[in-house]
Design a protein around this ligand. Structure first.
Ligand code: PRP
Ligand code: URA
Length: 217
């Protein structure tokens, strides 16, 4: 469902996505279930996000006769998780699209300034003509997303989509301002950020919940 305030944003309101997102938000959800849910939601989102991929005819011999089926045309996809939490979205999408390649962008938010600090970038040069899906469960201030898109563009990427589970209006607005041509797909558009830059109501610190490194009080 495109939203009127943000022409760059599509909220994927499929009932299964919404159901699993509510489980994910629950503070009592275990690390094991959290990991599983992130993966499942990412898979369901990928199904929706890829619905405009071009297809082409392909000849298939069934056990009974030859027929003309359809196959996805053109270049393969590259998934680009933002470390750490984006890693949780890779497996579910890769199950649906096993031919997808995976690049990595390492960024973390400075706790005081909330500005992204970059520490890793690995996208093979030969991949640059592909379609890129940047993956990160959280779009908060938008600093990390804007930096990741900027780094990919600098490397030559042109067709980029951003997939997140929970978006804040501040982050979507920042993407619209700085990378207006990059479509943003989210399972939810939440209300606002708190003074510490966490999304409300949100789901807490995605990386910590995914990897069991800390729990919010
Ligand atoms: C989280 C999240 C995003 C970023 C979003 O990562 O996974 O990358 O914050 O916030 P922003 O929109 O304000 O930039 P974090 O910085 O906590 O790093 P981590 O995954 O390594 O813990
Ligand atoms: N990063 C997270 O992991 N959670 C938030 O709510 C905001 C940024």
């Amino acid at each position: 469902m495109p939203t009127s305030n943000f022409p760059n944003l599509t909220v994927l309101d499929h009932p299964l996505i919404q159901h699993k997102l509510s489980l994910l938000r629950d503070r009592d959800t275990s690390t094991r279930d959290f990991k599983q849910l992130v993966s499942e939601i990412a898979m369901l989102m990928a199904y929706e996000v890829t619905k405009d991929l071009p297809t082409e005819p392909v000849e298939v011999d069934t056990p009974l006769e030859r027929m003309t089926g359809r196959q996805v045309a053109g270049k393969k996809l590259t998934l680009v998780p933002i470390l750490r939490a984006g890693l949780g979205m890779v497996e579910g999408i890769a199950q649906l699209i096993p031919s997808a390649r995976v690049g990595h962008i390492g960024l973390y938010r400075d706790h005081d300034t909330l500005k992204p600090i970059d520490y890793y970038f690995k996208i093979p040069a030969a991949e640059i003509e592909r379609d890129f899906f940047i993956l990160d469960p959280m779009l908060a201030t938008g600093g990390s997303a804007v930096a990741a898109v900027g780094a990919l563009k600098e490397a030559g990427a042109r067709r980029i989509r951003f997939l997140c589970l929970v978006a804040a209006p501040e982050g979507v607005g920042r993407m619209l301002e700085l990378h207006p041509e990059v479509p943003v797909f989210a399972a939810a558009l939440d209300r606002q950020l708190n003074p510490q830059g966490y999304i409300l109501p949100g789901l807490g610190d995605a990386g910590d919940r995914l990897f069991g490194t800390r729990t919010l009080a």
